[in-house]
Design a binder for this molecule. Sequence first.
Ligand SMILES: [Zn+2]
Length: 111
Amino acid sequence: MSRYGTAQDQARAAALASLAPGTRCPRCGWPMYATWQEARGSRLPRKLWHLDLGHWPGLAHGGPQQLRLEHAYCNRRAGQATAAARRRRALPPLRPRQRRPVTAARRRARW
Ligand SMILES: [Zn+2]
């Protein structure tokens, strides 16, 4: 299950297909590889194997977004940093946590 749904998944797959092996990550400058086989062969740290189609400058900044491949590690770390900065400034989270409604079945299941 992906956060952004099928259109984003297809865009990511297309971007991966056209990624030249070793293209630099726009966030950290380390190389990116479309497949784990290539990544393993390159001795890249395992945390940098997976790639996201990230938003630039970031959904929290609003405005038009550019989609680009970057390490999932770098993309998600940037998102965490943005969330932390929002908490420091006492801003509400960009994407509030969804609470599952307590249904009758779940209430009965409790001890
Ligand atoms: Zn990176």
